[in-house]
Design a protein. Sequence first.
Length: 288
Amino acid sequence: MRISAKSKLLGVTGYPIEHSLSPLMHNAALEFLGLDYCYLPLPLRPEDLAKGIAGLKVLGFKGFNITIPHKEAIIALLDELDVSAARVGAVNTVVRQAGKFIGFNTDGGGFLRSIRELWQYEPNGQQVVLLGAGGAAKAVATALAAEGVVGMTIANRDVARAARLCEQLQKNFTCRARAVHLLDPELDQALAQSSLVVQTTPAGMFPELTAKPCIDTHRLLSHNLVYDLIFNPSETQFLAGARQQGCRTANGLGMLLHQGAMALELWTGLPAPLDVMRGALQDRLITL
């Protein structure tokens, strides 16, 4: 990749950011498309977020991604929100339009593209379980509810946080949502009735490879499709346990790929080269 004084700037901000594969994926795509862009890692501590975002605007950034822990905090620093971000209450992509920073959320759309690609899964009429109630869970829950899921159980250590998400879902969609503790026996009933289980917490993410799964995987059933948003390592202890229970499993690489593709299309107006982006991610994960 050649970088010139005219190169347009993109990036990803979070803290820490060293583990992010987004620069690799996006720079491979930009080079393939022949665009004079450069995508950079942008570490920003939470206390420096406001100054950092102001700096990105001054520096003329055309857009950027946002990851943990800034997806919700950044909302107050943006000029506008797209409906995709407003209904989730979290932002993972910012696009510069007419000098304004506008927040989008491609996490939910990326997740839906991934499960359809993997399993031809259609959420309409299904019952699902989400483990965790953070920013990623909000995006996934909202996307599933918008696609017609009829029942959703959100299990979290902080049940009040899960309950707030359930209230938000039921306010905007027809989905029946309930909040339970991760240890609540009601979760077992929900798992028995659900076709899809999504693990949205950071438990087991690199470098905390020995961290225990958020629930005992013996509670999973063979008919559950089990998706872990973590992609590094490629198989968490949670996914390994689910596989031993006879479940079909997938990690978060597909969601990372498709949410990135949607962001790239927002920034450039061009179709994302999925095969190039997927290849860059897979090549890197082999060496991790």
